[in-house]
Every structure is written in structure tokens, then in C-alpha cells.
Design a protein around this ligand. Sequence first.
Ligand code: COA
Length: 257
Amino acid sequence: MTQITLTEHNSIAHLRINRPDKLNALDAAMMDTLAMRCREIEHSTARVVILSGEGRAFCAGGDIEAWSGNTPAAFADHWVRQGHVAFDALARLLQPVIAVLDGHTLGGGLELAACADLRIGEDHIKIGQPESALGIIPGWSGTQRAARRFGTQAVRRMALMGEVFTAHEALILGIIDHVVPSGTAMAKAETMAQRILARSPQATRLAKMMINAAEGEETGRIIEAMAGQIAAGSKDLTEGLSAFRAKRSPDFTKEGS
Ligand code: COA
């Protein structure tokens, strides 16, 4: 539980990976905690999330010792699935997420960063997908969400050739949004968070949902949520519920809204 911490201050949630001795490598328990923390954020008063890692890495990927002990079936049914559940929850938060990449961002670390809406990289960091050198594939959406968000060609270069990008290369490729000097990414994230906080909460939330829908990120839920919000505020609903409770037929007006 303490390996994924969550604190909130002035409408900003700080979600932090806290396993510095293993460069914040993610194991199964951490993925479960991450999913739980995302539910906590959904129900919090936070309007922006800053995602970061403790120590000299943002995240060096899935815990090699943890996943390599799985049978092929367990790898698919549990390891990959748990990762998707957690990362989907993060990518689909209603609040914008800003990732602070102040160290190694590799493998599952890149997939984690891909869940954020905005990414800041410090100028010394390295970004890549080393999995194929280990004989495994990027399994927490590194070929899916990452390809949608960064473009397939950047992902090909990382996943097929094992290219490890500098922050400046990642900026040119659109993997990160800003390069900042070492030690300043958190301050930059705070500034960006304040900029978001100064804008309309409702418009920001809706814009994030629409952008996620454009990327195919839970499009079905988003369409149903938007239609549901319209229906839930309609006169038709008031009349329909009244009629149900009075055990009579509903008398809907033409306007309905
Ligand atoms: N899984 C499990 N443990 C990891 C890890 C991972 N993905 N990445 C780093 N660690 C551990 C190391 O085993 C080491 O543990 P130890 O001190 O108990 O031996 C500790 O974190 C520090 O890593 P170390 O390799 O000593 O640091 P480094 O600065 O020499 O190298 C990296 C940094 C990131 C280049 C190197 O750790 C690395 O290649 N990690 C694996 C990256 C990867 O392949 N990720 C995808 C996994 S699917």
C-alpha cells in the first residue's frame, strides 16, 4: 500500500510510485493498489493529478522477478490483465494527469507515463521499451495506448529496435510535451496544474472525456455517460419516476427536456 501513495493538497492529487530501491519496478500488488488509488482519486475533490516516482527513476518497468515466475497462462490471465485494469483506471480518470518523468522511464514505466494526459521530462532521462531484449512483449498497453498516443512509428523504434530516446528526442517524437532541466519537472508540473485549475472544471472534464473518446479510450462509456447526464436532468425522468411510484402511465410532454 505504501508503494503507491496518494496525497491531496489544494485540489491537486499527488500519486507517487514509492519503491526507489527497485527503481519503482511495478509488481502485482502495486498494480492492485494503483487501481484502488485511482478509485480514491475519482471520489476526491482533486481536479488535477500529478504522477511521479520516488528516487532516481520514474519507473523501470514491470518487476522482472515478479512476472518471470508466472506460467504463460498466469502471465496472460493475471499479470497482463491486472496491468490493464490499473492503467485503464489511470488513463480514464476524470481529472487531467500530469506525469513528472525525472528518471528512467522504461517498459511498464513508459506504459504508465502513457496513461497521463501531459508528460514533462527532465533533460537527463532515458525513455524506451526494452522488453524484446528480455524475450517478452510490452503487455500493459505499450503497443496499444502508447501507439495511439505517441504514434506507431515511435513505438516501432522502441519496441522493435530497442531504441532508447533522450528527453529531447522524445519531445520531437511527441512522447513528452516539455523538456526541463534536471530537478525542475515537479515545479513545472505544479505550474501546469495551476493553469488547469484556473480553467472551467466542467469544460476541462468534458474536454478530457472527448479527447479520450477520440482515441478510442472507453468510447462506449463516455457516450453513455454524456447521454445519461442529459437524460438524468430531463423532465421526462421526473415524470417517468413519478408515474412509476404512483403506479400510473407516464404523461410525457413533447419537449421532454
Ligand atoms: N524489475 C525488477 N527489478 C528492477 C527492475 C525491473 N524492471 N529495474 C531495476 N530493478 C532493480 C535492480 O535489479 C536493482 O536491484 P538490486 O539493487 O536488488 O540488485 C535495482 O533495481 C537498481 O537497478 P540497477 O540495475 O542496479 O540500476 P542501474 O542504474 O545500474 O540500471 C536500469 C538502471 C534501468 C538501466 C536497469 O535497472 C535496467 O535495465 N532495468 C530493467 C529495465 C527493463 O528492462 N524494464 C522492462 C521490464 S519488463
